[in-house]
Design a protein. Structure first.
Lengths: 269, 748
């Protein structure tokens, strides 16, 4: 299996990541022991960025799979394809990661159907193997291989939850939106706007986060704040940028939109 | 009297003695305001009004008011009005002429154009014609009972609603109360509840009811506060307008805000709430007993300014709204000698604190503004600290005239501020001693039977509008009967039950289903793939659909069966040996048993009505209840009675279905006739209302299906349930067999 280009999965430039507490050490320790990790938190609070940063810091390749509800087990492990000579096996991303010793990051794992997620079970306990039953192969995981999943307990519904048997194979890291000061710093560093403006943006985000569960599934994420700040940097008016980046994407509910527009009017004099 | 005036007097053909006293003044006024032609018309008009023989009052009214109206709206008004008065005098409604003339000046002021005024007069005449009574369809003989009341209310009505709104409101009253003079009078004199409710609906401005959610979101997101809103009506107190306040029961705010000074109604609500939240966050109670009333208003003013200062620190963008809404008293406009200027001074101080660009020169004001800002620059400060400032402001600026009863109110009312009742603790409650302790205890509340009544709107197809809270619905648990009756029925139909069971087994959900022949899928479908490969290798076109995938196939239904329990259920249809009731009971038992077998979530309820004030909704089986003896007992005991007012019952049933989590929701209605009730004369009314209720359900993603046992149902049922939303069962005897089959057909 030498024909896989490992380099393409490596992260060459340091991603910006602002630690919120000791999560970097915690993750490093888990990696040391090759324990599977689950990162939880609302959308856009920096989960994916954190994993990217850790892969860079540890110097390991990172394979990211965005999960969705149409995804099946074969999308993860691989499948037979047809070519002129008959059928040919193609590894899925999980299999590739197992072979080359990458960090395999399954983003938004709850989106995948429960029967799909079961295929990762043998990789996440002492066995560290991946059986390809269709191909009749049992892969022993590369010593550097680690599995990381992310999930967002925010929109947990009855239908979308992890099985207990899956949950109990992971160590967990909780992510939240950073506190106002740190969040403003992040916005400043990511977009280069003034600290004063960043603080105002964060204030708007906080008003929206209070509406979670009252018509909003999620509050305004740090990522959207960075978008808004970027737009302002491009010369767009503050209020217009906020409406475009912070309000319209998150809601179609007219009442909520009006309320958030009013908050924007209130914050910017 | 000059000769000119005398010639005018001659032109006016009217011989009331009282006329001589006022004629000169009136005609002088008219000559000043009107053209020559106008004066002619004016005098002709007055002559006409005089001729109707209703005494001097209408003539005087005409003479006094018309010059102004004609000047404002054009001189054609003179003829229009005199003709209107003349026409009115030709009907039995002569008693309405004085109030008609009296309401004209105010109406013309509110409406502003001739065209609007003509609309108004037409509106009044239409109302008059429709409410004037006649005997045997011949001449109108009874005066309109509501017209004088309506005319007396016109100034108030026009201050509340536009002419279109007025027209809708009048139309509603005429339609609903034509045949009931007392109610009609109540309606048009704004005494009855639905009169007020209808008027409220036509109000201009931003209504609280339309924006309640927005305001809740506002409180939650921006202020992290939430409480009940208790709207009060500002429509009906002219003298003492209520102002916002809050207490343990919630935030009291007006039910409507018009736009003001460029601030929209919704933003006025927000500012009012922001101010109250400010108090809730930062104000602490003060002891009132140590301060004089004047000192108290000083303290209140400073505290209001303090919380606004803190609000603006948090949301600086709100300043523009506060500035637009805060009055701007003009310095020196209050006369210290003759009026009490205390409110004026405080409003100036408050304006100066709020508005950095104020232009006041008074050294005391400037000094206190500076002191205030010094205090606030240190941080949040406290109510106690600014209280001292308020008290000292009052002391410094005290005047003898402050005690004067002529208080200057102009430009001092800050209408987004609450009345600050929360700010004070009164240690001594009142002067009378301890007889409060002997207050008789309130009698204990009697537990009402069943649930409290619910009110539902009813659709009126004549106006294309809802009648507010028209139907009163009482829900109660149906009294139980003997559950073994139902078991006996099931026993009786055991052959049918076996047949049903076979069908039901076929319907039971197969969870995981393979979908073959997919171009993209989760797995390779080997059979197809090999076939394709062979095709390919042998040089023919291969089928690319060689994958397969899986899908879930489950049933996720909620069904509510609504039984019409009206009196006609007791009928025994032609050729049957059992009454409709017995057959329905058998059918429902079988259906209940079938659905239980399928495992769908299922509820049963019955309804009947005895006028709009009493729609009974009987709970027989809830969604979470099992198909057990309790349920069977209630089903066995159902007894018919009264009529079929369907709309309210459907709306009530839908609120249960709405709260179900299922994918598909179905409301099954089993009835034996069209919607009707003893207090409704128009057959279409309840049919249209039921149709509207069905539409409402459709928009909530609830499917409605009606099973009618009425052979003549074809005449109306399509109008209610649409083309495919009903089944008519002609042979009632087959109902027990048909109903479960129909259900399975609907849900598979």
């Amino acid at each position: 299996m030498t024909d896989i280009d490992i380099e393409q999965y490596k992260i060459t430039k340091e991603p910006f990541y602002q630690a919120q507490s000791n999560e970097v050490e915690l993750y490093a320790a888990a990696y040391e022991a090759r324990l599977p990790v689950m990162v939880k938190g609302p959308t856009g609070c920096g989960k994916s960025r954190f994993i990217e940063y850790m892969a860079w810091k540890l110097g390991k390749p990172l394979i990211t799979v965005a999960c969705n509800e149409d995804m099946t087990a074969s999308d993860l492990v691989g499948r037979y394809l047809l070519d002129a000579n008959g059928t040919r096996w193609l590894d899925g991303p999980l299999t590739t990661a197992t072979r080359i010793g990458a960090i395999c990051y399954l983003d938004e794992i709850v989106e995948a159907r429960q029967d799909t997620t079961v295929v990762i079970h043998p990789l996440t306990d002492h066995r560290r193997t991946l059986p390809l039953d269709k191909k009749g192969e049992l892969i022993d995981a590369h010593p550097d291989f680690q599995i990381v999943i992310s999930y967002n307990p925010g929109y947990q519904s009855m239908m979308k939850d992890l099985k207990q048997s899956t949950k109990q194979r992971f160590t967990g890291l909780d992510f939240e939106y950073p506190d106002s000061k740190v969040e403003a710093e992040i916005v400043v560093k990511e977009s280069g706007v003034s600290a004063e403006l960043a603080t105002k943006l964060v204030k708007i985000a906080h008003t929206a986060r209070h509406l979670k569960g009252h018509g909003l599934a999620e509050g305004i994420s740090t990522r959207l704040l960075v978008y808004a700040a970027t737009l302002i940097n491009k010369g767009i008016g503050e209020k217009d940028a906020c409406r475009m980046a912070l309000v319209r994407p998150i809601t179609d509910d007219k009442d909520i939109r009006d309320t958030l527009y009013h908050a924007i009017d209130g914050v910017f004099s | 009297m000059t000769p000119e005036l005398q010639s005018y007097r001659k032109q006016l053909k009217c011989n009331f003695k009282q006329l001589e006293d006022v004629f000169e003044d009136c005609i002088k006024d008219a000559v000043r305001k009107l053209s020559d032609q106008g004066v002619d018309d004016y005098l002709d008009g007055a002559s006409k009004v005089c001729m109707i023989g209703r005494g001097f009052e209408p003539v005087l009214g005409y003479l006094e008011e018309m010059p102004d109206i004609a000047k404002k709206l054009g001189e054609e008004m003179l003829k229009i009005v005199s003709k209107a008065v003349w026409d009115m005098s030709r009907t039995p409604n002569g008693n309405s002429i004085p109030p008609f003339i009296q309401c004209l000046p105010e109406a013309s002021r509110r409406l502003g154009t001739k065209l609007q005024m003509q609309h108004f007069i037409t509106l009044i005449f239409e109302m008059m014609e429709r409410t004037t009574g006649s005997i045997h369809g011949h001449h109108a003989t009874f005066p309109s009972p509501g017209l004088p009341d309506l005319l007396r209310q016109i100034p108030y009505l026009l201050s509340q609603v536009s002419i279109e709104g007025l027209s809708n409101w009048v139309d509603y009253g005429v339609r609903n109360y034509t045949s009931h003079p007392d109610r009609q009078r109540d309606f048009f004199s704004l005494q009855s509840a639905d009169s007020k409710a209808m008027l409220q609906r036509e109000r201009h401005g931003t209504l609280f009811v339309d924006n309640e959610r927005k305001l809740e979101l506002y409180m939650r997101s921006i202020w992290q506060d939430s409480d009940y809103f208790v709207p009060y009506s500002i429509g009906f107190d002219e003298l003492r307008k209520p102002i916002p306040y809050y207490d343990d029961l919630g935030l009291r705010i007006p039910d409507v805000f018009d736009d003001k000074n460029g601030v929209s109604g919704i933003n006025r609500y927000r500012m009012t709430l922001a101010h109250m939240v400010g108090h809730r966050r930062w104000s602490t109670k003060q002891i009132a007993d140590n301060l004089s009333p004047f000192q108290r208003i000083g303290v209140e003013c400073m505290e209001d300014s303090r919380v606004e200062y803190l609000i603006l620190k948090e949301y600086p963008g709100l300043r523009r709204y506060f500035l637009a809404l805060h009055p701007k008293p003009i310095e020196g406009s209050c006369d210290n000698k003759n009026e009490s200027c205390i409110r004026h001074r405080l409003a100036m101080l408050s304006r100066a604190i709020l508005d950095p660009a104020h232009s006041y020169q008074s050294p005391v004001i400037l000094e206190f503004v500076e002191k205030f800002h010094d205090i606030m620059a240190q941080g949040e400060s406290s109510t106690a600290e600014v209280s001292k400032l308020g008290v000292s402001f009052i002391t410094r600026t005290r005047r003898q005239s402050d005690q004067s009863p002529r208080i200057r109110f102009d430009n001092t009312e800050v209408d987004y501020r609450d009345d600050n009742r929360h700010l004070w603790i009164f240690i001594e409650e009142n002067d009378e001693a301890e007889d409060i302790a002997n207050k008789p205890e309130k009698p204990e509340m009697v537990e009402p039977e069943g649930l409290p009544p619910r009110h539902y709107h009813e659709w009126d197809y004549n106006t294309k509008s809802y009648k507010p809270d028209w139907v009163t619905l009482y829900e109660s648990l149906h009294p139980p009967g003997n559950s073994s009756d139902i078991d006996a029925i099931l026993e009786k139909h055991s052959a049918l039950a076996n047949y049903l069971k076979r069908i039901l087994d076929l319907l039971k959900p197969q969870d995981y289903v393979r979908v073959r022949y997919q171009e993209d899928g989760s797995d390779l479908d080997l059979d197809v793939a090999i076939r394709s490969l062979i095709d390919f290798k042998s040089g023919s076109q291969p089928d690319p659909r060689i994958n397969m995938s899986h899908k879930h196939d489950g049933r996720d239904f909620s069904v509510l069966l609504l039984l019409d329990m009206s009196a006609s259920l007791n009928d025994i249809p032609d050729g049957c040996s059992q009454s409709i009731l017995e057959l329905s009971r058998e059918a429902v038992s079988l259906l209940g048993w079938s659905i239980e077998q399928l495992g769908d979530s299922f509820a049963i309820a019955g309804f009947h009505s005895d006028t709009r004030h009493n729609v009974r909704y009987h709970h027989i089986k809830g969604f979470s209840e099992q198909w057990d003896d309790n349920v069977k007992g209630r089903l066995a005991a159902i007894e018919p009675g009264f009529s079929t007012r369907m709309g309210g019952a459907i709306r009530h049933a839908s609120h249960y279905l709405e709260s179900q989590q299922s994918d598909k929701k179905l409301l099954l209605i089993l009835t034996d006739g069209e919607p009707s009730d003893i207090d409704v004369g128009d057959d279409r009314l309840l049919i249209e209302d039921t149709h509207k209720a069905v539409e409402e359900l459709t928009s909530k993603n609830i499917h409605t299906h009606c099973i009618s046992l009425d052979k003549k149902a074809d005449d109306y049922i399509q109008d209610i349930f649409g083309l495919s939303g009903y089944t008519v069962i002609d042979n009632v005897e087959s109902l027990p067999e048909k109903l479960p089959l129909l259900f399975t057909a609907l849900t598979s």
